[in-house]
Design a protein around this ligand. Sequence first.
Ligand code: 5CA
Ligand code: ZN
Length: 380
Amino acid sequence: MTIDPGPVARLYVCGITPYDATHLGHAATYNAFDLVQRVWLDTKRQVQYVQNVTDVDDPLLERAAATGVEWTELAERETALFREDMTALRLLPPAHYIGVVEAIPAIVPLIERLREAGAAYELDGDTYFSVESDPDFGKVSRLDAASMRLLSAERGGDPERSGKKNPLDPILWLAARPGEPSWDGDSLGRGRPGWHIECVAIALEHLGMGFDVQGGGSDLAFPHHEMGASHAQVLTGEYPYAQAYVHAGMVALNGEKMSKSKGNLVFVSALRRAGVDPAAIRLALLDHHYRADWEWTDAVLDEAVQRLARWRAAVSRPDGPPADALVEEIREALADDLDAPRALAAVDRWAVAQQADGGTDTGAPGLASRAVDALLGVAL
Ligand code: 5CA
Ligand code: ZN
């Protein structure tokens, strides 16, 4: 797929649900979109990058209740840690970092408009979106009905609930439950928003329809990005919601997708505390193509640590072989569907040549180092 934004590129990346620390799966996904941003900046575009934080949601409320912490406190603590981790990994921050709770006043009127348009309906006080109201429903994930149904049940939907028009219909507004936080929803009554409409409200407010890239991990293609697209397309009567939906592969540990619900996690903050250089963590992530599913192992990190040492040794020399071609190779690799592993291989070759016969270009180590920093986010 070719993604060719105008002078102002618009990027929305789904943010974390802050009930636990950032693991390497999260980091890999945000690393992928950081590369997107760097490529756009390098090609002289401005970037409007928006990210949300799902600071109220079922798993967050459950974790808070189970650990006896206020849900707001848990969300604040984990969001702060996420931001520290992202800074340590040198991921460029979004221009707008928006919490769902602060977006509720923008979410409510969108749901009301969907209801007025006949695209939403009430069920025992809750409000659902009717997927059949969008003629383009299904175009994001291109899945068959059976797969959609399966994934809906796995990923926060409730296809088994009776009374729904279509089992896939997602919740827009959940009526207040005892003991759970709720907000004034005007004509919707007290309650809290459904997951997909949250991201839509934030994206439409800060980017508008037809933005360039909606990003996230591949587990968000359905239902999250599919439903978000439908909500927005029905709301505005425009198509598409995003020009491209870009999904990063899943990082596994011990043969299974790293996930907070399974608990098979390696945390960025734990590695940092153990003294691992964040630049090595980033190199470990960069050594996998963003679309690939891959497995985190100690060997992956060891190789990255060694590579970082080799690169640092190479750029610390007073001179070396010319690096202009290297800069172009990195650029070309990233322009080719963000082929970061190919970019790393190019730097490896330069570093090997540097060690082998030196070279006399006194500007080369500095140029190589600045290119690796600017294009790959790794400070040497
Ligand atoms: N708050 C929602 C998005 S609005 C959410 O999915 N939060 S999350 O904390 O579960 O995930 C944050 C991001 O990390 C998502 O893009 C998700 O697709 C990605 N992600 C989660 N687990 C992994 C994994 N094991 N490998 C790669 N990416 C992952
Ligand atoms: Zn989202």
